[in-house]
Design a binder for this molecule. Structure first.
Ligand SMILES: Cc1cc2nc3c(=O)[nH]c(=O)nc-3n(C[C@H](O)[C@H](O)[C@H](O)COP(=O)(O)O)c2cc1C
Length: 199
């Protein structure tokens, strides 16, 4: 504790900024299929996030890790280790979630199951899409995150395959989502910072 924090009882916001490096937030693409639209959505969220300058944001693409299906590999695959290391390096997450049969993709579930401690005591936001905004998939994800000790924030931008995409494939988000994405990020940053203190 410094002279100033001793004097005032707790570290000032300025002092905190100087001692705490920027939070690292991973924007996780939940789909891996050929022709997927998740990279467009992820890049859009990253573009909004980067303007805030309140954290280091990066796209984390599950497809890059070539994760084995849980229990079917040796457990020693480099991708599996890299996946755990990547998650361990992050303070929080934004999940880009697409609805597949009223739930999340198998790829995302497998990726969630492929790590444990690396998820714990971190925060997450969800941006989802589907015919009804991907709401059903997002609600399933919230249940899973609870088990992994990931605190999912309330604000949840929902994108419609009908009105936010042209022909369901070219992403053209409505202006109104911007406010919601920023509100979600506010919550992710606040909780990610708070949870860092309990790890
Ligand atoms: C196997 C499968 C099941 C789907 N089930 C649903 C569904 O239950 N509800 C929905 O709104 N959209 C559903 N969709 C549409 C997807 O949400 C849509 O294709 C979306 O673009 C998928 O995300 P991606 O392009 O990132 O893979 C389904 C798509 C696939 C491939």
């Amino acid at each position: 504790m410094s002279f100033f924090s001793n004097l005032f009882g707790s570290a000032s916001k300025e002092e905190e900024k100087m001692t705490n490096p920027k939070l690292k937030i991973g924007i996780i693409l939940g789909s891996t299929r050929q022709g997927r639209v998740s990279p467009q959505v992820g890049e859009w969220v990253k573009g909004i996030a980067d303007k805030r300058q309140d954290a280091d944001y990066e796209i984390v693409d599950i497809a890059d890790f070539k994760l084995p299906f849980l229990g079917e590999g040796t457990g020693q695959e480099p991708g599996l280790q890299a996946w755990n290391e990547k998650l361990a390096s992050l303070d929080g997450f934004v999940f880009i979630v697409q609805e597949y049969n009223h739930s999340i993709t198998g790829a995302l579930k497998n990726a969630l199951d492929s790590a444990r401690e690396a998820w714990n005591d971190k925060a997450a936001g969800i941006v989802s899409y589907g015919s009804t905004g991907g709401a059903r998939a997002a609600e399933h994800l919230r249940g899973i995150l609870g088990e992994l000790k990931v605190a999912d924030v309330r604000t949840h931008p929902t994108l419609s395959l009908f009105t936010d995409f042209e022909n369901g494939s070219v992403f053209k988000p409505a202006e109104l989502h911007l406010t919601n994405v920023n509100a979600m990020l506010d919550e992710v940053i606040s909780w990610s910072g708070a949870l860092k203190t309990v790890r």
